[in-house]
Design a protein around this ligand. Structure first.
Ligand SMILES: [Zn+2]
Length: 161
């Protein structure tokens, strides 16, 4: 017949904080041995993945053990996983680079504006010159051809209409 065992403490229920295992004593008797709660261990604060190389400690136990068992030797060693630290480093680097680019753009902005203005002025000047040249050409042509010729050429067109 199976031996019936009673819990040794006041709480009779099989709850999370009241777990037991059955142990055989040297006298051949079966008893309960109370189990302590185990912690889930450290997890990454960003992606919630379990952290490697860190011992799981129960409750106040962690205050009594050495630092080396609670973290790995890396920036954010005991709190973020390697992937997240890598991402953080890359992000910080890119942000710094962006700042530098912004500064350079700011310092070069007036120069760029000056260059653009100069180019626009040149364009305007060439346009004016071309217009003047075209006007002069037209005037020269008008001086060469007498007005009568113009009237003659225009007259038949009016008739057609
Ligand atoms: Zn992570």
């Amino acid at each position: 017949m199976v031996q019936r065992i009673a819990r040794l403490r006041r709480n009779p229920y099989n709850t999370a904080s009241n777990r037991v295992k059955i142990v055989k004593t040297p006298g051949g008797r079966l008893t309960f041995q109370y189990l302590e709660k185990r912690s889930k261990g450290a997890h990454c604060g960003d992606c919630h993945a379990p952290l490697h190389g860190i011992t799981r400690y129960v409750r106040t136990e962690s205050s009594r053990v050495s630092q080396t068992s609670k973290h790995v030797t890396r920036a954010y060693g005991g709190s973020r996983c390697a992937k997240c630290v890598k991402n953080r480093i890359i992000r910080a680097f890119l942000i710094e680079e962006q700042k530098i680019v912004k500064q350079i753009r700011k310092s070069k902005a007036p120069e760029l504006r000056r260059r653009e203005r100069a180019i626009e002025k040149q364009k305007a000047a060439t346009l004016l010159r071309e217009q003047k040249a075209a006007k002069e050409k037209a005037e020269k042509l008008a001086q060469r051809q007498p007005r009568r010729a113009d009237k003659q050429t225009r007259a038949p067109r009016k008739q057609k209409k």
